[in-house]
Design a binder for this molecule. Structure first.
Ligand SMILES: *Cc1c(COP(=O)(O)O)cnc(C)c1O
Length: 355
């Protein structure tokens, strides 16, 4: 057989595993520790399946309307997608066409590189400093756009709004994407910048704070100027990208946001308790503003602990191929009960308790 011409070669994003089983504690993809709002379950039960004969809405006005109320931004400055990955992917296509390299940190959401490659967008990775903090000065100067995750993943660290604003103010000729996937767990939102800057595009997801990763809903918020461009990309790629059921259930989630404020508060409490316990055991733990922590064991290797936890049915994330992360583990914060168990297992592995 002869070689086939024109086949694309791409290094894909590698997502965390989705192991199945009863006694598994799954702390490897930053999913929410608690179930979705009971209002979501109730809405699912009353959903009229006959409606599925029809195409989903083209503009998600129902969801955009409730989001606009929640966020206090005009509904026409919100665009909804099939997860925030969908929104981010469209944003890369829509906003980064100058031919100049876009900038993002060397340690951040692994998908940015993949989209840049996929869409032939040149990019430069700006190293985080020794303490894993973003270096604002690295983003001043000619570039084709910026992508900042705030709070950042996988570090969990947040940048204050004043520093985000300084970066935005120095880059008003390009689009600055601010990925706020974890904003409900800490950090300051960049929403106030929307009134002052028309080059800011904020992305959010229902996957982490709203416990709806399986539903695939995310959204972007930006100026009318940016909305017009990304809307044309959406129409060129997949106009019905948000299915009818997802939109309906996401509306139910937004209208019960006090439920989520409570679950996110519980997760933050568990995070702070668990981090302090690990520090007591000699771990180095970055101060997280997200629903995960980045922790480095000092008396065992990250790889050994990763394997030992896995053998006990506890799945965390380990990045052996990334130089600056290979001694660390990223541990999503589960329920308090789960994290008590995880701590017990870790203590046993470190030889601090009798198994
Ligand atoms: C989880 C995550 C996303 C993707 O969210 P989906 O809405 O599930 O596609 C995007 N950015 C960051 C930083 C994330 O952690």
């Amino acid at each position: 057989m002869s070689e086939i011409k024109g086949l694309r070669q791409i290094t894909p994003y590698v997502a965390g595993q989705q192991p199945k089983g009863q006694d598994i504690i799954k702390l490897n993809t930053n999913e929410n520790a608690y179930p979705p709002s009971p209002k979501v379950a109730a809405r699912l039960e009353t959903f009229d399946t006959d409606q599925l004969r029809r195409y989903s809405s083209l503009d998600q006005s129902a969801l955009r309307t409730v989001l606009a109320q929640q966020l206090q931004v005009p509904a026409d400055q919100i665009i909804v997608g099939n997860g925030s990955d969908d929104i981010l992917s469209m944003a890369f296509l829509a906003f980064f066409n100058s031919g100049e390299p876009i900038l993002f940190p060397d340690l951040t959401y692994g998908f940015y590189k993949v989209w840049a490659d996929l869409y032939h967008i040149p990019y430069l990775e700006c190293p985080l400093d020794h303490d894993f903090k973003l270096v604002p000065e690295a983003y001043i100067g000619d570039n084709g756009g910026l992508v900042l995750t705030n709070p950042n993943a996988p570090t969990g660290l947040a940048l204050p709004l004043s520093e985000i604003e300084a970066i935005v103010a120095a880059n008003q000729e390009v689009v600055v994407i601010i990925d706020e996937a974890y904003i409900s767990f800490g950090g300051e939102t960049a929403l106030p910048l929307l009134d002052k800057y028309d080059n800011v595009f904020i992305t959010r997801t229902f996957s982490k704070d709203a416990a709806l990763a399986g539903l695939r809903v995310g959204y972007g918020i930006g100026s009318p100027k940016l909305m017009a461009v990304i809307q044309t990309v959406k129409n060129a790629v997949n106009p019905y990208n948000v299915d009818m059921l997802s939109e309906d259930l996401a509306v139910a989630a937004v209208t019960d946001w006090t439920y989520y404020e409570e679950t996110c508060r519980k997760i933050c409490q568990t995070r702070d308790w668990f981090s302090a316990e690990l520090v007591r055991l000699g771990f180095e733990v970055l101060p997280s503003q997200t629903n995960f922590i980045l922790a480095e064991p000092t008396t065992v290797s990250a790889q050994d602990l990763f394997e030992q936890l896995k053998a006990q049915g506890i799945y965390v994330r380990y990045f052996p191929t990334i130089e600056r992360l290979k001694h660390k583990l990223r541990i999503s914060i589960g329920s308090q009960t789960e994290m008590v168990r995880v701590l017990e297992v870790i203590k046993t592995q470190l030889g601090l308790t009798v198994p």
